[in-house]
Write a protein of this length. Structure first.
Ligand SMILES: C[S@@+](CC[C@H](N)C(=O)[O-])C[C@H]1O[C@@H](n2cnc3c(N)ncnc32)[C@H](O)[C@@H]1O
Length: 221
């Protein structure tokens, strides 16, 4: 049994947002096969309790969540994405909820969430710092952020290309910042960085290839 938002909300998206949402799964297909699917499985297998995902997009994470979560809430502010997400959720046997919410303003009380998931979202939000503060607010003490993000390259040469092509890439990829040093932003927020692995997103353009995956915990458990 799943609850989802009505399909009519797609009307509020721009034309390119609707095209991008339609292209999203095909564009990522090769990368998912080449290792991203396995990374999602590894990361999301660590989710527990009341779990909230930020910017769920078309729902590529959905198959990888454990069956025994207390609650699974997928948030997505972009209507064109949310319609596709709602469609996937409808075919899922678990009680999953889809909410229209931005990561900067989550509709949850302080300290009421066990796991927050962010995959390929901290690159797209306008500024990750308010989002990281909001994640810390909703997490209970001991609660965890699970993240999987593409980031600024450690190679100066590739980082220069990421800077040069940041603006056209942002326009193409609906606000994505390919040159963002997201790990440094997670390091400097109030959460404790427990685990981070760096790898490459094979099957995708070099601009978005450098990846980080890991966990950060809210102290005070
Ligand atoms: C690159 S997609 C990632 C989708 C999905 N998380 C995945 O792993 O495939 C970025 C997503 O972040 C969403 N997004 C953009 N701004 C956001 C915000 N301020 N708060 C939450 N999500 C946002 C976009 O609508 C889009 O669905």
């Amino acid at each position: 049994m799943s609850s989802a938002v009505p399909a009519e909300t797609v009307k509020s998206s721009s034309r390119w947002a609707r095209v991008f949402a339609a292209l999203y799964d095909p564009l990522l297909w090769m990368g998912e096969k080449a290792g991203m699917g396995a990374r999602r499985q590894d990361l999301l297998g660590r989710a527990g309790g009341r779990t909230v995902e930020l910017g769920s997009g078309t729902g590529l994470n959905l198959p990888y969540y454990p069956d025994d979560l207390d609650d699974l809430i997928l948030t997505e502010p972009e209507a064109a994405m949310r319609v596709r997400l709602a469609r996937k959720v409808r075919h899922d046997q678990r009680p999953v909820r889809v909410l229209d919410a931005s990561a900067e303003r989550l509709p949850f009380d302080d300290g009421t969430v066990d796991t927050v998931v962010s995959t390929l979202v901290l690159c797209t939000v306008d500024d990750p710092d308010p989002v990281l503060r909001e994640i810390e607010r909703v997490l209970r003490p001991g609660g965890r952020l699970l993240f999987l993000e593409h980031v600024r390259s450690r190679s100066p040469r590739l980082a220069r290309w990421q800077d040069r092509l940041a603006e056209p890439w942002r326009l193409f990829a609906e606000g994505c910042h390919c040159n963002r040093a997201t790990l440094e932003r997670i390091r400097s927020c109030g959460l404790r960085l427990d685990d981070v692995q760096e790898s490459a997103w094979r099957g995708m353009p070099p601009l978005v290839r450098p990846l980080i995956m890991g966990e950060a915990t809210k102290s005070g458990s």
